[in-house]
Every structure is written in C-alpha cells, then in structure tokens.
Design a binder for this molecule. Structure first.
Ligand code: NA7
Length: 551
C-alpha cells in the first residue's frame, strides 16, 4: 500500500477534523508510516473544545479519564488543575498534544471538506475543500465529532434583533461583555445548564427560556487533589483497562442489581452516596435496570426531583424545573455547578415555554404568547445536529454515485458504527451506531483509532487496497443496534440521541447503547476473524441483491 498512484497530491489518508479523534488518528497514521493530510474548519486544533467557548463550558467526564491513554509519557506528565477540566484547559491540553507530537504540519486549518467522492477506477477518494483544494487519498477518515454542527432553530423575527445572537457552540473568541445587559438564554440542555449560573452572575438580568426541564446532577467540581492524581497515575494501566471494559467508558460500573430488588432504604442510601460523589457516577453508577424498567427508573428520577424541590425556594419555579415527561437518563443528563440555586436569585427569571411558547424575536427582546421580555443579548443553547450533521454535510458519494445522505435517509446504516457498505475505505470515528456520545468519548475514540490502525496494517500486510462491509453484516448490525436500543427506555423519548431535536431528521437511537466493553468485544472479534463482515480488496461492488430477485 502506498500513496495513490498517478495523483501528484495523493496521500494515503485524509483525516477530517482535528479534535480528540483527528489528532490521535494523525499520530497513528504517522506511526504506521502512512502519509496523511488533516483538514480542519477551525483555525486551530481542539474540535468541540475549539468552538464551545461559552461561559462555564466544561467537560462532564473527570479529567483524568477524559484524556488520552496512548502515550504513557503524556499521561504521566500532564497535570489537570480541576476534577473536571474547563474548556480552556482541555483546549490547552489538545494544543500541547498537537505540539508534543508535531501533528500540526499535517493539518490544513480554516479548511472545510465540502465533497468526497469515491473514484472506482482509481480505488481512492477524491476530496474537495472550500479552499479549492482537491486531494486524492486511499482512505477517508471522518473525525468530525458528534456535536459540531449547531442546531439553530428558525425563530421568527430573529433577524430583527438589535443585539448579538450567540450560539453556545459558536461562541466568539473575544470576551463577551454582558455586565450591564439583559441576557436571554434559550435552551436548558448541558450547554444551558453550564452557562446559566455564570451568565446570571455577570448579567444585569437573566431570563431563561425553558422548553423541556432536564435532570441535572451536581458535578462537585474541585481543584485536583495531588495525592489522588498521583494515585491515578500510579495505577493508570488498570484504570484505563477498566474504562475500556465498562458500560460507559468510566472506571466504575452499574450496580448489577435491580433497583426493585432492594429495600427503599438501601436504594436511597446508594443514590445518596452517588449524589454526594457527583457527576457521571450518579448517571452511570446506579442500578442496572434504570434505563430498562420504568418503575426502577422512577427511583432515580424521584431522587433527583426531590433534590430540585429542596434547593429551589419558590414552589412554582421548582415545579417548572422538575422533569416529569421523560425517565431519568433517557435524555443526556446535565452536570452542574449551582444550577438550581441560580433560580433563587432575584435577577433571574424562568419562562416555561411549554405554557407560553415563543412567538417571535423582536428588535428589543423575545415575545412569548403572553409577554415580551426585553433583552440585549440572546444566547441560543439549542444544541447540535448530533452524530450525523457534520458527517453528511461533507457530501460523501460512494460506489455507483450513491450519496451517503440518501443511503441514510431513514437512519444511519453501517457495520459496527465504523464503515458503510458501498463506501470503501471510509471510516467514521465515533460514528452513529457506535457507543460514542453514550460514553466517555476519549475511551471510544482511542478504541476506534486503534481498530482502524490495526485494520490498515492488516490490509498492508496482506496486500489489500480496499475494505468494505458486506450488506448482510451491515443489515445485521443496524438490526442488532435497534434491538439493543429497544430494550431500553431511550427510543420512546424525544432527544438529540434519537434525532428528534432536528426537524426532518430520521428517528432512531443514534448511539449504540449496549456498552463500551460489549461493543469493543464485537469489534475485536470481527478483526480477529479476519475482518468478519467485511470484504477485503473487493474488485467489484460487494454483493447486492439483483433488482427484482427474491429477498
Ligand atoms: P441539547 O442537550 O440538545 O439542549 C438544547 C436545548 O435547547 C434543549 O433544552 C432544547 O429544548 C432547547 N431548544 C432547542 N430548540 C429550541 C427551540 N426552538 N425553542 C426552545 N428551546 C429549544 O444541547 P446542548 O448544547 O445543551 O448539549 C449537547 C451536548 O453537548 C450535551 O448533551 C453534552 O453531551 C455536551 P427541548 O429539550 O428540545 O425541548
């Protein structure tokens, strides 16, 4: 395997995106001796941590696990300052990684991939960018991230608003001064929950426009404890291995019992302990059936609801903030620092959009069905076209001129979340139908990059140029992922996990929810069996049923 023959500007691989996934992929390709070109729409590395600069932006995974494990030196030398790193610190970490491993020289910044077409004659990808560059590559590797295309709702009249309209996922790089401003925040997902307490402290008045109340768990952020950090570093191998075999990519797992098999006192004690520990331990460390049994789920949901009632002083406000329309954990729970306490402030107003929907944005504010709220700044914490938004925006065209967007018009179709039939040599790091956003992302990113690296090495050793899943394997995976999801409470709930937040988006459970450890075994098994479910070096399109043939 070598650079694409006959193409002056050919590289072995194009990697799209320079966040956690893209950086490690570039490192891996260099390690394999393959030439690579990275394209990144931002002016620097960082991906989601480059764009999400809103006040309070912070990781919901503890820093010591939300980090790379591929380099022992890196994980030993890097010191995190807090239990959960803030956006600037994670960005600094990724900049350090790019410099430490000299990755920037392979990346073209301020460059967005706008088209990628598989060239059957040349058995390679022809990739076009918005800067007019055309490059040919044997492999096309998407590292575009799961949460990178902002979901901007069509708000009537928004073009008339006199002040700035800021999406949390495209926050300005220069400081935003809101001290003497009336600020409105639309959205109470993780971005809203993180930014609202800080905006409330800064703004003259904050109005929060909430459609669906979210469950939020205290993060219990704190400065890093040097003794704990040293202990983690001394035991990193075992900790990382535990993450890789776990449900959520963390070094802790669910309690294997049913919530209903223990006494109310024992349940309360378990949840109280997890609540006091804070963060993802509460989300991923509860009883095994919390996401599969509605009654078991009520135990966790009631526990959180009771905490909201304890913190928020005004009863009517507490009720509006209390989620009752969906089970706990079926939408991504937020982690917070003083979120519910913020509603006890005199300079914060909560508007229930379920009761009084948005009618329009005016020049001076936002008008709901009963009131116009005067605003100087409007913050859209309205989320993302998650998991497929950025991937499909690349206009990927595979064999026979088939567009990925069309092929996936009823939902993503791929094998193991990694490759789609008819799109040879296209790999999707943390693609839909892989655990991705249902886990600690770096754990899954490293697993995918390692799997892809091993696969490329296997192709080279065996003299293959192409790899592509069979339609049968893909059908099997899509069906399996749907079956696993159907055993949970997730599918019935509107969320960005089910694509319900973007009008017209196909409605499926996008992440693979059987767990990180289970998923890893499936990927490892396919590789160990000589890439079972894939065809290597296919000279012709992989078997398709002839039209009209019996199914
Ligand atoms: P989310 O979790 O998708 O939250 C978006 C929020 O914006 C949510 O409260 C939505 O209400 C609200 N929203 C979206 N569109 C509208 C309109 N048109 N009107 C009113 N409210 C609206 O995105 P985040 O950025 O907070 O978090 C994304 C992930 O990033 C997060 O889970 C972490 O993994 C990191 P809705 O719930 O749809 O009623």
């Amino acid at each position: 395997m070598s650079a694409v023959r006959g193409a002056d500007d050919g590289v072995d691989a194009v990697v799209v995106g320079a966040g956690f996934a893209g950086l490690y992929m570039l490192y891996k390709l260099r390690e394999l001796g393959l030439s690579a070109r990275g394209y990144e729409a931002g002016s620097g590395v960082g991906g989601t941590w480059y764009w999400n600069r809103y006040p309070g932006a912070r990781c919901d995974s503890e820093s010591v696990y939300y980090s790379y494990s591929f380099s022992e030196e890196l994980q030993q030398e890097w010191e995190w300052s807090e239990r959960y790193a803030s956006q600037p610190e994670i960005l600094h970490y990724l900049e350090h990684v790019a410099d430490r491993f000299d990755l920037r020289r392979d990346i073209r910044f301020d460059t967005r991939v706008v088209a990628a077409t598989f060239d059957e004659g040349g058995s390679c990808w022809s990739v076009r960018t918005d800067t007019g560059v055309q490059v040919r590559a044997r492999f096309l590797i998407s590292a575009v991230g799961c949460l990178s295309t902002p979901n901007v709702p069509a708000l009537p009249g928004v073009e008339n608003f006199r002040g700035p309209v800021l999406h949390t996922g495209r926050w300005p790089h220069e400081p935003v001064e809101v001290t003497s401003c009336r600020v409105g925040v639309l959205g109470t997902g993780s971005s809203g929950v993180q930014s609202i307490p800080l905006l409330a402290e800064q703004a003259e008045h904050l109005t929060v426009f909430q459609r669906t109340p979210n469950y939020s768990v205290p993060a219990r952020n704190a400065p890093s404890d040097p003794v704990q950090s040293a202990d983690v570093k001394a035991n990193y191998d075992a900790i990382r291995e535990r993450c890789r075999r776990s449900l959520g990519g963390f070094p802790f797992d669910v309690d294997p019992r049913s919530a209903l098999s223990v006494s109310p006192e024992e349940r309360e004690a378990l949840y109280r302990g997890l609540w006091d520990e804070g963060g993802m331990r509460f989300v991923f460390g509860g009883f095994a059936d919390v996401l599969t049994d509605r009654t078991a789920n009520d135990v966790a949901a009631d526990f959180v609801r009771a905490r909201i009632g304890e913190v928020v002083r005004e009863g009517a406000t507490a009720e509006v903030l209390t989620p009752r329309d969906h089970p706990f954990g079926t939408r991504r729970p937020a982690l917070d620092t003083r979120y519910y306490e913020t509603y006890n402030r005199d300079d914060v107003t909560l508007v229930d959009l379920h009761r009084t929907p948005v009618e329009e944005v005016t020049a001076g504010g936002l008008r709901t069905s009963d009131t116009e709220y005067p605003l100087d700044v409007l913050v859209l914490a309205t989320g993302f076209d998650a998991m497929t938004g950025s991937l499909l925006a690349m206009n990927i065209v595979g064999r026979d001129g088939v567009e990925l967007r069309k092929k996936w018009s009823d939902g993503p179709r791929n094998h193991l979340g990694l490759m789609s039939a008819g799109f040879p040599n296209l790999f999707t790091i943390t693609g839909p139908l892989s655990p991705s956003v249902f886990s600690n992302m770096p754990t899954c990113i490293e697993q995918h990059v390692d799997w892809i690296g091993d696969c490329l090495e296997h192709l080279r050793r065996n003299g293959h140029d192409l790899i592509e899943p069979t339609v049968e394997a893909e059908d099997g995976w899509v069906e399996h992922a749907a079956r696993v999801a159907a055993r949970t409470l997730l599918g019935a709930v509107d969320s960005w996990w089910t694509g319900a937040n973007v009008p017209g988006k196909p409605r499926v459970v996008y992440p693979y929810v059987a767990g990180v450890g289970t998923y890893r075994k499936a990927c490892d098994a396919a590789a160990a069996r000589g890439y079972d479910g894939f065809v290597l070096n296919p000279s012709a399109p992989v078997r398709r049923r002839p039209q009209g043939a019996p199914a």
